[in-house]
Ligand binder design. Structure first.
Ligand SMILES: *Cc1c(COP(=O)(O)O)cnc(C)c1O
Length: 413
């Protein structure tokens, strides 16, 4: 298992109602340390993309370590304010226009405009505010289109060929454009990042008022044994050289910002659950392990067609190949499918299970509790606990009671 010991997993199973998200404070600190210490030419800021996980304790941990925050909606911004972030440390890159945009601007929250219309909307509401823009650089690298945020098939950001239009707006409204923001795809190498940095610094070159380049991609963090973690140190060393070259040519020291979500923290959480039953189809075709969790707690696999490490805790000396499924009455509630192809089942080798055995899923930190399909089949939202530095295990979110699930319903019939 990733960080849980067998004893901890069994303790959690005995003292909580599973499924339970278990976070490790040590792992979080390790991840933050590595981000704060990576090389950059003229210092860098780390901005945590809170959509990956938004529990107040996680946010406060980042706040206490001086990270800033990236929000994808106004509601995330209000949540970050509630977790004590200063408004000026919050940025929103919006897909849906905030209803309370004026209030957020008054508070000092920064907005990353990702369309020409948004630039106008911000200017009309608050003349003189700093403007940040997100550009879609139209570059392809990554696993597949569904997770791409930077290609012509993606609606994120202002398409790079509209830079002249951005310039026009900057002149027309006398805008203070200080940051360019680019978010691209995964599977990146140091070479692809140096090339990217060059192209993006050329965007910066066209806007003399820009002081910060915010660049991030979906870097690979190994969760499965066959995956390889992207070497961020190597990537940032080569990017820092490009920032230095840019300085030599222009005397502009461009500040770097990075916006990790998944990469930084995905391995800081595991889900502890139980084996519910084992069933077969036909004579001995597929053996299914049914668990008391899955899409209600861990939608990431279903959304991104990836795989998740699984451990069954028992003393069995025998292993067999199993398909692991969840507890929802839904055909997609299945875990062991082929990478990037949910049509094909891919059984995995696991200890022969018994009913109620503890089953642990590693690498569950990001895009799970914050993205969960909780309450489907009326399952209550799961417990979240944190293993503190002292090894104490504390609750950070209570499990919902059954009646919480229907608390907002209004009976009229
Ligand atoms: C989601 C998001 C991120 C983080 O992406 P990860 O793949 O989780 O690292 C960073 N920046 C923005 C603007 C995002 O929307």
């Amino acid at each position: 298992m990733n960080f849980l010991t067998r004893e901890q997993a069994i303790y959690i199973d005995k003292n909580f109602v599973t499924p339970v998200y278990v976070y490790s404070e040590d792992k979080l600190d390790e991840a933050i340390d590595s981000f704060l210490s990576f090389p950059s030419a003229f210092w860098h800021d780390v901005r945590f993309a809170m959509k990956a996980n938004s529990n107040i304790n996680i946010l406060k941990k980042f706040k206490n370590r001086w990270l800033k925050i990236d929000c994808s909606s106004e509601y995330e911004a209000f949540r970050a304010l509630n977790a004590w972030f200063d408004a000026t440390d919050i940025q929103i890159s919006w897909q849906e226009t905030p209803r309370e945009l004026a209030k957020l601007l008054d508070l000092g929250v920064f907005i990353v405009a990702s369309s020409l219309d948004q630039i106008k909307a911000i200017w009309e509401l608050k003349n003189g505010v700093k403007i940040w823009v997100r550009i879609n650089p139209g570059m392809w690298s990554g696993a597949f289109k569904a997770i791409s945020t930077w290609w012509e098939t993606s609606a994120f950001g202002i398409w790079h060929e509209f830079i002249p239009e951005i310039k026009e707006l900057v002149q027309l409204y006398n805008l203070d454009l200080t940051k360019i923001h680019i978010h691209i795809g995964s599977e990146n190498t140091p070479e692809s990042w140096t090339n990217s940095a060059n192209i993006w610094l050329d965007f910066v070159r066209q806007f003399p008022s820009v002081t910060t380049l915010d660049m991030w991609g979906w870097f690979k963090m190994a969760i499965m044994p066959y995956e390889k973690t992207a070497d961020l140190q190597a990537i940032w060393i080569s990017v820092a050289e490009k920032f230095q070259d840019f300085y030599n040519q222009t005397s502009r020291k461009i500040h770097l910002e990075v916006e990790p979500g998944k990469y930084m923290v995905i391995n800081s959480c595991s889900v502890v659950a139980n084996v519910d039953s084992v069933v077969n189809t036909w004579v001995d075709w597929y053996k299914f392990i049914r668990t008391n969790t899955w899409m209600t707690e861990m939608p990431r696999v279903t959304m991104y067609w990836v795989q998740q490490p699984i451990t069954i805790i028992n003393d069995s000396t025998e292993k067999d190949e199993y398909v692991v499924v969840g507890h929802c009455c839904e055909s997609g509630d299945i875990l062991t499918t082929k990478l990037y192809d949910q049509e094909i089942l891919e059984p995995v080798s696991l200890n022969t299970p018994s009913v109620w055995d503890v089953i642990v899923f590693d690498g569950t930190w990001a895009y799970n509790s914050s993205m969960s399909m909780k309450n489907y089949n009326s399952f209550p939202e799961a417990w979240e606990v944190l293993i503190k530095k002292s090894w104490e295990i504390v609750e950070i979110r209570k499990r919902e009671k059954p009646e919480d699930v229907w608390r907002n319903e209004i009976e009229v019939i």
